[in-house]
Design a protein around this ligand. Sequence first.
Ligand code: GLY
Length: 431
Amino acid sequence: MNVLLIGSGGREHAIAWKLSQSSLLSKLYVAPGNAGTDQIATNVDLNPLDFAAIGRFIRKNEVTMLIVGPEAPLVEGIVDYFNDSDKFEGLVTIGPRKAGAMLEGSKDFAKEFMARHNIPTADYKSFDSTQLKAAKAYLDERTPPYVIKADGLAAGKGVIITSDRAEAEATLDDILVGNQFGDAGSSVVIEQFMEGIEVSYFVVTDGDAYRILPSAKDYKRVGEGDTGPNTGGMGAVSPVPFVDAEFHTKTLNQIIIPTIKGLKEDEIPYNGFIFIGLMRVGSDPYVVEYNCRLGDPETEVVLPRVKSDLLHMFDALGSGMLSEYDLQIDERAATTVILTSGGYPAAYDKGLEITGLGNIPDPKEGLILHAGTTTKRGKVVTNGGRVIACTGLGANLERALERSYKLAESIDFAKKQYRKDIGQDVFTKED
Ligand code: GLY
């Protein structure tokens, strides 16, 4: 099978790494990929939003499966583009159509969906740019901290949480009138703050059958102790010790099954991943957000724990046979620590030479996954804010973290930064 994977982050390197182990794989292309995917697949210089160019590549290279990593092409309708054209008959697409991707593409759509299907989430109200006064007045109905979310895709920066009323009002001005997030901020959701601890669930579904991948916890803030601005994610751990059988059963019955049933009732076809960001409040799960793809850096700890063949799973998903697929999970723990470029998530340098990538760990103990990297004149250099994911595997989180941090120390580039406290809030010696 010839496969084209869209994306260029640590998530896509992890997917490519897993696909490259499959007996079904003939040729793997990654567009545009990074220096890591370049070592195990063929990188192709294609813009993920240029569907016509992707189509020409698919036909020329007899690609039979298209896997979409990031959300932007899904929300822009890449799956509709290929599924609705008779030129691409037989092409299996992994990822939802635009209608399903709206679970991530519009916070208001997701909130209405949850309200319609009685899926637990924070109370909320939506406002567009003509309703600035009403939006500010609604803050009176909420107890601080105020949670304000730009409606559309805002690269992880569209959620503002503040206890300061003046700052909340200024945020509404910036988003609704000042156009801070462009079209993504033409409306906002204001919701009740939920006090709890977050966990990410990953469900793959064809709209009927589903499989649940290992859950994970990511660390979004740049600074230790969850301080400083939000990032794409500074590290992740899996499993998440507080996800016990009772919490899992509640999540399954109150959230996962109603979500899949709700999509069906609303006649929204879905063929791909649903990433459910949850808050455990007391002992109950509440949805913080839906995403229409795998998480990053969560994928860098979730896929190393999947024992079964990922391409077989995608093949089953594409042929309506997901219900027959036997998903096997490795009991070991996986952790990842993200090496970032100094200054991230604000301005940072690119093109810095990365050393130590030859310190490849025993595959049973970990792996180096590239995110923002590229090759220049034969050298691997930084090409983004998040540069390398140092994934460790071990009998428990403590052992996996030791291995992640050993890797994090052995890889170097100018102004390297990473959090030293990944996982410390959730693990005990027994985990
Ligand atoms: N780690 C969060 C995300 O992928 O959106």
